[in-house]
Ligand binder design. Structure first.
Ligand code: HAM
Length: 427
């Protein structure tokens, strides 16, 4: 084995796994296009300040997880830990605030966080995300969630749970932050260093704690829901009513506050029972102050990011099987027939739209068929001198063990009709 190993927390993706990734991404592209989203590709590298300003100093991401280093001129740059800040920056930099609004953008790509690697948690991971900029309406929230729901259903998911909450508008959060500070002040010493720091910077984030003692303390804390302004309450009610109307299943989770600082109003996460401790497949929410925080006009936004690595970990088997299907046909020259003739038949089949492979390595028939079975190839098309002269092939069905002689010219149509007949049988 070579002495070179991949960097801890990173992965190599190889066939057939990459076929699953490509199929998931193709589905995302198709579904997002149905809603009018266009792709954005931002650099992996950004000025560090962008994330400090947006994701926020009270977040774990900025506090301890960023891949930050000085470039050769001594400017601090960071490998993006998430994509929302970059999208907002790109939006402003391209002058998209001039319209037409809303801007609907999606992205697919790697993100980097220096976390302790474990199942479902990587240092380079991948997100499929979407951002809608320039529409503050609750209907925009609902439509984004409908798009997300449609995407997940197209992948075959039925069991994922959407956790939904509101963190309120700026005024609600100010009022709640005060109430929480007042409640926690006498218990300051019982809080860990992170929460003590958050008491000053962003008390809401304390609700996100995993510490059992802090959780117990918080059980008696004032509820965010009791500090919402009428506007924030109405916004959230409309979002829920629309989700009900369109049958999107969700559960309101008052503890859900998300780990990034830019959120306002609607927030959500999607979790899977099939994942371990890292059970969030998707996170998102509204961020009506982010663009202004980055120096732009006050343009509202909402978006989500799916962790593609985790999504694929729990992908329904049916989608996976479809995505990784091998070409159904292996052409095998028999009885000493020139391999060139097998290559010619392979080309003929591909031209007719039948994915096929050719046994070019000169294996004996038995070995070739063993290999074909291992690969999951469905049919072996055997051609010898006699088949060549009569323009036929011996078509061996490796699943059923049957063999038929089929005219060469009719082969693509014959295969197609067999595939259709079997699909009909299954239904
Ligand atoms: P986030 O919750 O930090 O939100 O990440 C979104 C998803 O990325 C998570 O639910 C998880 O599936 C995946 N993820 C995060 N960290 C890792 C990791 N170390 N390894 C594997 N997967 C991971 C955001 O990033 C926001 N930008 C989402 C958003 C978009 N909000 C508004 N617009």
């Amino acid at each position: 084995m070579s002495e070179y190993r991949r960097v801890k927390g990173t992965r190599d993706l190889l066939p057939p796994e990459t076929a699953v990734w490509a199929a998931v991404e193709a589905t995302a592209r198709r579904v997002f296009a149905l809603y009018g989203y266009g792709e954005v590709r931002t650099p992996v590298l950004e000025h560090t300040e962008l994330f400090v300003r947006s994701v926020g100093e009270s977040s774990d991401i900025v506090g301890k997880e960023m891949y930050t280093f000085d470039d050769r001129k001594g400017r601090s740059v960071t490998l993006r830990p998430e994509n929302t800040a970059s999208v907002a920056r790109a939006f402003l930099e391209a002058g998209m605030q001039a319209g037409p609004l809303p801007a609907k953008l999606f992205y697919i790509g790697p993100q980097f966080r220096y976390e302790r690697p474990q199942k479902g948690r990587y240092r380079q991971f991948h997100q499929i995300g979407a951002e809608l900029l320039g529409d503050a309406s609750p209907q925009a929230d609902a439509e984004l969630l409908l798009m997300l729901d449609r995407f997940l259903r197209e992948l075959g998911f039925r069991e994922l749970e959407v956790l939904l909450n509101t963190v309120g508008d700026a005024e609600s959060r100010r009022a709640y932050g005060e109430a929480l500070r007042t409640f926690l002040a006498p218990h300051r010493e019982q809080l860990g260093p992170d929460s003590q720091r958050r008491l000053e910077t962003n008390p809401l984030r304390i609700l996100d704690t995993k510490d059992p003692a802090e959780r117990e303390l918080l059980a008696g804390a004032p509820a965010l829901a009791d500090h919402l302004t009428d506007a924030a309450r109405a916004h959230f009610a409309t979002v829920r009513a629309l989700l009900d109307r369109f049958g999107v299943k969700y559960r309101v989770s008052e503890r859900l506050v998300r780990g990034l600082d830019y959120y306002t109003d609607t927030v959500f996460e999607i979790v899977s029972k099939d994942l371990g401790a890292q059970d969030a497949v998707c996170g998102g929410g509204r961020y009506d102050e982010l663009v202004a925080d980055l120096g732009g006009p006050r343009i509202p936004g909402i978006g989500f990011a799916i962790g593609e690595d985790r999504l694929i970990d729990v992908l329904p088997a049916s989608f996976r099987a479809h995505a990784t299907a091998r070409p159904p046909v292996l052409v095998v020259p028999v009885g000493g027939l020139a391999v060139d003739e097998a290559v010619a038949l392979g080309e003929e089949l591909r031209t007719a739209g039948v994915p096929s492979e050719v046994e070019t390595a000169g294996r004996a028939l038995r070995k070739a068929l063993e290999r074909a079975s291992k690969l999951g190839v469905r049919w072996a098309a055997l051609v010898g001198q006699s088949e060549l002269e009569r323009a036929v092939v011996q078509l061996k069905d490796l699943a059923k063990g049957e063999q038929h002689e089929v005219p060469r010219a009719a082969l693509p149509m014959y295969l197609e009709s067999r595939v259709e007949a079997e699909a009909a049988e299954k239904e």
